[in-house]
Structure formats: C-alpha cells, structure tokens
Ligand binder design. Sequence first.
Ligand SMILES: Cc1cc2nc3c(=O)[nH]c(=O)nc-3n(C[C@H](O)[C@H](O)[C@H](O)COP(=O)(O)OP(=O)(O)OC[C@H]3O[C@@H](n4cnc5c(N)ncnc54)[C@H](O)[C@@H]3O)c2cc1C
Length: 394
Amino acid sequence: MVGAGPVGLLLTALLQSLEGVSVHLYEKRREYTRTRMVQLAPYLVADSIESYRADSIDGDSVEAIFDPAELDQGLAFRQSIPPDLSALLKSWVLGFCPLNSIERSISDLIDARGPNGVERTAAVVTAKDAMAMLQPGDALIDATGSRSLLRDHLIPGSGEVDDGANTLKVRLEYALVITFLYGQAYDCNEHCKYYKNIENAHYKFIPMVHRTHYDGSVSHVTGVVNISAEEYEAMPSRFDGEWLRDNFPGVAQSMDRFIDKIKEETHGEILGDLEVVRIPLDLYRARDATSRQWLAAGPSDHPFADSPVFLAGDSAVGSPYFQSISLGFECAMFLAGLIAQRDLPVRDKLDRYELYIYKQWLRVYMRSKMIKHNKDLFESLDDPLALLDKLHIY
Ligand SMILES: Cc1cc2nc3c(=O)[nH]c(=O)nc-3n(C[C@H](O)[C@H](O)[C@H](O)COP(=O)(O)OP(=O)(O)OC[C@H]3O[C@@H](n4cnc5c(N)ncnc54)[C@H](O)[C@@H]3O)c2cc1C
C-alpha cells in the first residue's frame, strides 16, 4: 500500500483483520498535520438500504445504479467491520472533525492491534520502486491521492508515460473555501443561505448545509464562494480575511454582510480571522482504476502483467463538495471485501473493482452536477430571467 492518507489507512486497517494477508504500508509524511475540518457521510455506517439511500440528492441514483444484491453485500461488509474500527467510523459521521484526527486515530489503531500484520516504512516511493518491489502473490494499492503515483502507468504502451492519459477530468468551477469560528451555536439551511445573502448580488457565501458544527462553545462554519478563473489565478493558494479585504473587497463585503446577519440573529462574535483556500472544483476519474489492461495485453516482463494493481481513494476518483473521503472509504470497503475472497481469480477481482468504481463514479458525477446546477440557480434567484436561462424545462 503506497500512501497512508485516510483511505490508505482505512484499507490497511480493514486488510489487517483478514487472515493470511500482510500489509506493507509506505508513507512519505512523518506526521499528520492537516488540520482542516472534514465531514463524512452517514451512509458509511448505514445498516439498511433505506439509511444507505437517505441522502436527498443521490438516494434515487443509488437505486438506479446499484443492484439490490450489490447493496446487500455492501451492508453485510459493514456489519463485518471489527468493532474498534466501526466505532471510529460511527463517531466521525456524527459531525465534523479534523482530518488529522481521522488519520491519527486509524494509524494508532493499526499500531495498537496485535498481532500486527502491518509493516510501515516512511519513504517517498517512486513508480519504479513500486514496480521493483512486486513479488508473486502481491497486490499493489496506490492510495497516494489526487496526484496518483501509478494512475498513468496503468495503460500499456511504448514505455513512455503520458501525463493525464488515464484521467477524465471535468472542471465544475473555481471556488474559495472559507472557514471561520463563531462564538455561538449557528446552523444553516437553504432558507438561511438565501436570506443571509439577499443583499449579495455576487459572491454569495454558501455554507454547506451540514458543515456548521457546534462543539458546545464554538461553531465551525465552512462554505464556498464562486470565483472566476481570472480571480483564481490572481490569488495565492491560501490567505486570511485581511488579504481578502485588501485585494478582493467585493468578496470580503459579501462575507461581512453574511456574517453581520448571523450576528444580528444570534449575537455572537467571530473568533479569530477567516481562513481562505482557493481551489478548482474538479471531478475526475481514472479511466482504468486497475492494471486489467496489462493483464489483457498478455504475457510480458512488465510487473503489472502479473501482479494486480488497484487505485484507491483520490487516486481513483476525485470530487468536490466535501464528499471525497466518504467515496474513498466506500471503495476501500469494497476492495477489502474483494481481496478477502481468496478463491476469486485475479481477472474477476480487477473487473469487479472496475465496475464498482465506475458505478460510484456515476453516482458522484450525478450528485456533483446536481449540486453545481442548484448552486447556479441559487446565484440567479433574484433575477427571474437569468434563472429561466439556466432552466431546461423540456
Ligand atoms: C479544503 C478542502 C476541504 C475538504 N473537505 C472535505 C470534506 O469535508 N469531506 C471529504 O470527504 N473530503 C474533503 N476534502 C477532500 C479530502 O481531503 C480528500 O478526498 C482525501 O484527503 C483523500 O484521501 P486519500 O487518502 O485518497 O488521499 P490523500 O489524503 O491525498 O493521502 C495520500 C497520502 O499518500 C502519501 N503519498 C503521496 N505520494 C506518495 C509517495 N510517492 N510515496 C509515499 N507516500 C506518498 C501522501 O503523503 C498522503 O499521506 C477536502 C479537501 C480540501 C482541499
């Protein structure tokens, strides 16, 4: 396993409990320092088809894309997750938690379990290293995130690696992800998003419905503001409220109006400054998420012709709107379930994983396009003609 981010760690912890499997986990970071707050989807711990489909945006897509038997298998796998890990998952889906606390908790759990079955190495692994390490009977899993180590190596070719050849990317928009702490309980629904933005003709701040979290004294609020490609280019990757006020006063005024309305309602104060990250909101997938093309190409001395390779997490599929870790965890559960089936031929494992990833891609593609569409409509709510231009009714 290359990459011990949240997905590589979860997969390692799942494989660790399988009999006859040992894992060698490589990670280049020595410490988990990413403090950003993330939210995981409740469907990760669903115990019935109804609760798995509870999401208002993609509940119907789930029913349309997956066969009932597939959904049942997914639920059965969840029931088999060891209690130590399942307790962690249940606690994360309740709210909002720092990414590094997810990473540290799974990492500590892996280390604390005995007998262990996991060897860990701190190193930067190159594609060449990964190929050289492969021994008969090994499976190689690339969980190295959006800039995947092996994605472009999964297509057989002349030896030249064509950057991006195995990636389908859809750019939805550019956005500022703005986070602030507020010293009172504050919750937001669609009505609140509308009324608090009513004077903002542009740069509406859209807090994620479930992304305000009150921990007893402080609300963590995160949301997005749509920006243009030119504005994106003119900004550093991360900055604070002061930089925003000095350089993009229009966005800052819109935030101030939104925050003033929260204060009018709940009489609290902002604690500290705004934290702002500018990101392109991209949806992408690896066209091939396994080494099946190498297997299909027939015998060769390339290591991927004999040993299965799987992409997991952001390596395989990436999506905006705060759903990616959940998607990665979902696919990790499926992959662990496949690897557990020792009698299943490698070719079948690769095919089943590809199909599963494709179905999850369809699901997240439709969900993301729907969210983007809804956001676009929201931007024009005060202008009926602009709104109508965005509606294709029939
Ligand atoms: C601002 C922001 C907010 C977000 N909020 C949310 C949210 O609320 N909910 C959500 O689901 N998602 C969220 N995401 C996305 C989420 O962080 C990613 O989907 C998630 O981290 C992907 O996990 P991963 O394990 O696949 O990859 P990563 O987290 O990228 O981990 C990959 C690991 O591989 C290691 N690695 C890479 N290359 C090598 C190499 N060559 N050798 C050894 N090790 C290597 C890296 O050091 C890293 O530890 C957010 C992202 C951003 C930018």
